[in-house]
Design a protein around this ligand. Structure first.
Ligand SMILES: Nc1ncnc2c1ncn2[C@@H]1O[C@H](COP(=O)(O)OP(=O)(O)O)[C@@H](O)[C@H]1O
Ligand SMILES: N[C@@H](CCOP(=O)(O)O)C(=O)O
Length: 304
């Protein structure tokens, strides 16, 4: 069985560790097969150099978590065709973690629901980021925008996706490991900043429910995490200014970076934003890649 496992944008500015959305035009492919031999074997990895041992690859760790619960009378082999660069900030590790559990669940006749799959995939994600967070996994599994209400017990809310939303992603070719980008964050935050942040999360959720693009734009701001992490991302303030000047609803760090996302209403606006950002970044000496993607409301899917 062949799977498309999508890239995702976690945090969505104000929702550190809770909000995320799913992308349509970037993702990994994975092939999963049943085997007579029990256990999980990763037999092929193309695209990037990643460990083949199941216990060291997020796809293997999440699959083993599912196997422990399902105790099937067979094993599985996994091929990973990676398009999402590890450490890029668009959920590379979570695409693998989600792909293996989704594929195995399909082959077993779907014994588990989406929330249970999210739980298994979180075990894999924890290997990469050294903490259990589901803000990439949930949108990859559920599609569209998601909010992780709590991790223990796990509760995921699927939020509505207003029409005609596009994301422009710029990926400066430097690697920022999620675990490192987490280690620079403060353990406590100022009350005034907390008030601003939870007001933004609440209004962003309301904007998604009411397709209020103006409110969505005014809510896409992060006063808690971005001030620390933006120092790791070259030209972040210029990028943001250029995206907003060219009509983006908002612009922020994608996941833990270094990718930066701009959320746009309409493909034409997204193209303008992409053009402006490209012109700006071309003047630097940092290589980069860019993507323009519709928000993917379907999530992970079988493609063959
Ligand atoms: N199947 C996999 N896909 C991506 N990264 C993996 C995988 N298995 C293990 N890893 C490790 O996870 C880390 C990348 O994860 P992370 O820092 O969270 O990046 P991203 O933001 O792209 O998910 C790297 O150290 C990588 O070696
Ligand atoms: N909430 C996490 C999200 C990490 O996303 P990734 O795509 O960089 O793995 C965080 O911000 O640490």
């Amino acid at each position: 069985m062949k799977i498309f496992s999508p890239a995702t944008v976690a945090n969505v500015s104000c929702g550190f560790d809770v909000l995320g959305f799913c992308l349509e035009s970037i993702g990994d492919e994975m092939v999963i097969r049943k085997t007579d031999e029990k256990g999980i074997r990763i037999t092929k990895i193309e695209g990037f150099d990643l460990p083949f041992e199941a216990e060291k690859n997020v796809a293997g760790v999440s699959a083993l978590a599912l196997m422990e619960a399902a105790k099937p009378n067979c094993g599985f082999e996994i091929e990973i065709y990676k398009n999402i660069k590890p450490g890029s900030g668009v959920g590379s590790s979570s695409a693998s973690a989600v792909g293996s559990v989704f594929g195995i669940n399909e082959l077993l006749g779907r014994p588990f629901d989406k929330t249970q799959l999210t739980n298994f995939a979180m075990k894999g994600e924890a290997l990469a980021s050294q903490c259990e967070h589901a803000d990439n996994i949930a949108p990859a599994i559920f599609g569209g925008f998601t909010l992780v209400k709590s991790v223990t017990p796990l509760e995921v809310l699927q939020l509505p996706t207003p029409a005609n939303l596009f994301a422009v992603i710029i990926h400066p070719q430097i690697e920022i490991k999620t675990s490192e980008a987490r280690s620079i964050l403060p353990k406590q935050i100022d009350l005034q900043k907390a008030i601003t942040q939870w007001s933004n999360v609440g209004s962003l959720v309301h904007a998604l429910h009411t397709s209020d693009y103006g409110l969505l734009s005014r809510s896409l701001s992060d006063v808690v995490v971005e001030p620390y992490r933006k120092q790791l991302i070259p030209h972040f303030d210029d990028l943001r200014e250029s995206a907003l000047k060219n009509g983006a609803l908002g612009c922020g760090i994608s996941g833990s970076g270094p990718s930066v996302f701009s959320l746009c209403h309409g493909r034409e606006t997204a193209k303008n934003v992409a053009r402006a950002i490209k012109t700006l970044f071309s003047k630097t000496d940092i290589p980069f890649e860019m993507y323009l993607s519709r928000i993917n409301t379907e999530g992970i899917k079988v493609i063959g």
